[in-house]
Each structure stands twice: as C-alpha cells, then as structure tokens.
Design a protein around this ligand. Structure first.
Ligand SMILES: NC(=O)c1ccc[n+]([C@@H]2O[C@H](COP(=O)([O-])OP(=O)(O)OC[C@H]3O[C@@H](n4cnc5c(N)ncnc54)[C@H](OP(=O)(O)O)[C@@H]3O)[C@@H](O)[C@H]2O)c1
Length: 248
C-alpha cells in the first residue's frame, strides 16, 4: 500500500508543517487524522480538505498528555479501522540564551518536543505491532544536527528526536516492520518563531544571513509524502531539507 488509503495521524496539524502535511496527504488519498490544541483551526482545515474531496477528521489533543495520545490513536482506529502512519510533528522553539534561565521554556520544550514524541510513539507502537507493521515519522530539524546561539535546549530536544528515532528503527524495523523516518527541515516559514521571548536570541537569529525564500510547509509535506509513498520494503530513514539559500 502506498499513500492511497493509508490512515495517517498528524500532530501539530493546526498550523505550519503539520497543516500542510495533512492537506498534501489527504490530496494524495490518505485518510488523515489531524490533531493539535486549537480546535477551530483543525475544524477549518478538515472542512477545507473535505470540500476538496479528501478524507479527514480531527481530534483536539495535547501531546504532553500520554492519555490523550492514546485516545488519539484509539480514535484513528475507531474512525478508519487501522493506523498506518503516525507523524510526530508538534513542537515549539522558544530559543534563549542559557543564562536567561528561562527554565519554564526548557521544561516546555522537553515536554512537547521530546516527551510528546515518545507519547505519540507509545500510542502508535502497540497498534502497529498488532497490525504487523506501520510507519512512524518524527520531525527533528537542522538544529538536530548542529547547535546555534540560543538553541542549546531546542537543539538538545531535536538531537534527542533523532536518537530516539534511530533507536526505534533499530529495534522495531526488523522485528515489527515499523518503518522509522526522521524529517529534518531547515528554515520553514511558519508560526514557530512566535514562541521566542528572549530578545537577544531573536536578534542573534535575525543577524544570521537573511533567507529571502524559506521553505514552505508544503515542501516538507512533500518530503513526508515521499517517505510514506515508498514500497513497504523501503524505509527512508532521514530527509534533511534546507532552503537553497541556507548555508548553515
Ligand atoms: N519552521 C521551521 O523553520 C522548522 C525547522 C525545523 C523543524 N521544525 C519543526 O517542525 C515542527 C512543526 O513546526 P512549525 O514550524 O510548523 O511551527 P508551528 O506553525 O508553530 O506549528 C507547531 C504546531 O505544534 C502544535 N503544538 C504545540 N504545542 C503542542 C502541544 N502541547 N500539543 C499539541 N500540539 C502542539 C501547534 O498546535 P496548537 O498550538 O494548536 O496545539 C502547531 O500546530 C516542530 O516540531 C518544529 O520544531 C520547524
């Protein structure tokens, strides 16, 4: 089975990369289950997908709750009878210098970017094992490969996502036929920068070579679609994707 007919859960589907992923996959024939906290945004996207002839439902949930992630997985199975792909995309990036001691923001990033991914995996793995296979796609970042100023904790979370996904691949790809994919985007135009509260970190980001044409959410969605669309015998393990202009 390629994308057509696959049941795909996307977290963080209320904006940016997640929303684009839901739209692109639905257009390609997937049955998409969108999730995030902002219900109205999910409702709007689902109604637009349906109006365009696609299949989609939504469920409001917070990735920091393991119970809500389990309910989201159960909801996908209730709605569509199975669960083929789980895209752990929800994340936030409140960059800050360490000596600003924005400890609540560190906690939040660890809760959403790392524990949220783990809770998504915990919800999906038992169902996929029972089905005899599946695909888990975790969104990391170029920041999961290199550390920038103000990005110590954010990069820490994205390095962790890559490590966890590699472990998932080693353990569950050969035995349970669960494919594992890391998506590592460079700069994408989304709402992500809105989480930055440290002016100095924001200035450091702006001082980097400006990028006139960042990626669009759809560019990352297309990479996710590519990974899903491969035959079950092919496991795309990582895609690193930058705007052409981005040097670092
Ligand atoms: N934009 C970039 O340049 C870039 C580059 C590399 C990697 N990434 C990664 O791409 C992913 C998506 O980010 P984006 O750029 O598309 O930013 P975005 O537009 O801000 O989207 C973030 C999404 O995460 C959701 N989210 C945040 N906290 C959540 C929570 N506790 N529970 C459930 N959902 C939550 C948000 O939905 P609600 O607020 O409605 O819950 C939203 O849908 C993130 O993991 C980010 O680190 C982005």
């Amino acid at each position: 089975m390629t994308i057509q007919g696959k049941v795909v859960v996307v977290t963080g589907a209320s904006s940016g990369i997640g929303e684009s992923t839901a739209r692109v996959l639905a257009k390609a024939g997937a049955k998409v289950v969108l999730s995030a906290r902002r219900t109205e945004r999910l409702e709007q996207t689902v109604s637009e997908i349906r109006a365009a002839g696609g299949e989609a439902v939504y469920r409001t949930s917070d990735v920091t709750s393991k119970e809500q992630m389990k309910s989201l997985a159960d909801f996908a199975v209730e709605q569509y009878g199975r669960l083929d792909v789980w895209v752990n995309n929800a994340g936030l990036m409140p960059l800050s210098y360490l000596n600003k001691l924005k400890i609540d923001e560190w906690d939040r990033m660890i809760d959403v970017n790392i524990k949220g991914v783990l809770y998504g995996m915990a919800a999906a793995i038992p169902i996929m094992e029972k089905q005899g296979g599946g695909h888990i796609i975790n969104v990391s970042s170029v920041a999961g490969h290199r550390v920038g100023l103000g990005g110590a904790v954010y990069s820490g979370t994205k390095f962790a996502v890559r490590a966890i996904t590699e472990g998932l691949r080693m353990e569950l790809s050969p035995t349970s036929r669960i494919r594992a994919t890391i998506i590592s985007p460079g700069m994408v135009e989304t709402e992500l920068l809105q989480t930055i509260t440290d002016e100095d970190a924001m200035q450091a980001l702006k001082a980097r070579a400006p990028i006139q044409q960042p990626l669009r959410g759809e560019d990352i969605a297309n990479a996710i679609a590519y990974a899903i669309d491969q035959p079950e015998t092919v496991s795309v393990n990582e895609i690193l994707i930058r705007p052409t202009e981005q040097g670092s």
